[in-house]
Design a protein around this ligand. Sequence first.
Ligand code: ATP
Length: 358
Amino acid sequence: MKTNYDIAVFQGDGIGPEIMGPTTALLSELAQAGGYDLRFTDAPAGAAHYRDTGESLPQASMDAARAADAILLSAMGLPDVRYADGTEISPQIDLRKALTLFAGVRPVTIRPGQPTPLATDKPVDFVLIRESTEGLFYTQGRGEVEADEARETLRITRAISEPLFKFAFDLAKARKASGRGPGKVTCVDKANVFRAFAFFREMFDAEAAKHPEISADHAYVDATALWMVERPWSFDVMVTENMFGDILSDLGAGLMGGLGLAPSADIGVDHAVFQPCHGSAPDIAGQGVANPMAMILSGAMMLDWLGGRHDVPAMQADAARLRDAVDQVIAEARVLTRDLGGTATTAEVITAVKEALK
Ligand code: ATP
């Protein structure tokens, strides 16, 4: 059994290093006790790196990402550092493209004690999978604009959709096995209007037929937006096109009371990047008050993925322990950062999570 794992670490910009340092330290402690070895390698990249060197994603960092067993990323980009054409520096998008990370995994979890605009105390725990390489983003930057007309192309391919749906059903199976979900996948589309989505749905149904133990259903994207607000607890795993997923994942973050508790993963066949949904938060950088929980939960997702991929139950157990520890700190509501209504520092939250792990 493989026990050594190379992790490429993109500390990034703004609060990135402040939340990454303590998270990798926490993961190292867990690994030591759990009998597996995580070797973290720094991969310089991002807006500050671009400002200092003229490169936003150096080849050596790209090579380290490609060679790693998994990639951990905090946040990259700074509002005042741009490429010459005015566009933002976001090497995370370059990584997504270069490594064909088609499955954007966005868990939507509302824990007891977590602020949410929903008037419910029912726990919510579902996963939105946003296809991240094609769909309506296919012609991103290449749309045709004429004097009186503009066109963008939505592209759905078998090469991406088939592994995407397989990933969704495998995830539902893993969640069911760990007691986190009933084993259900919902295909979110607009198959009643667009032929491309009928094609999308056809491939979903073909994959569903291979997983009789997992239930499969369909929902139109507009109804899904309504149901995410009315009865979010009824979802388990949902899978959708890139633009629909872009919009619904922000709705999910809204239900979760903001970005401070929202982890994410971008996963392909051979590579995966784990990172918080939030950005580099330059307005609070350097003050030691950033909420490290989304970063820690992204680390837990990494352990879950690595543990499942390499069959290391200790890693998956540690992922669950980390999630439970964060849940406990939120439920106790004593040590919370400003974004969650508290006054705690990053370091105090880390200490509280460590205490909860004991
Ligand atoms: P991007 O476009 O890079 O995703 P953004 O413009 O959405 O970034 P963020 O950097 O995510 O913006 O910040 C949005 C707001 O949320 C800011 O006020 C920031 O301070 C706050 N914020 C983001 N992440 C955290 C965090 N981990 N802890 C505390 N506050 C945060």
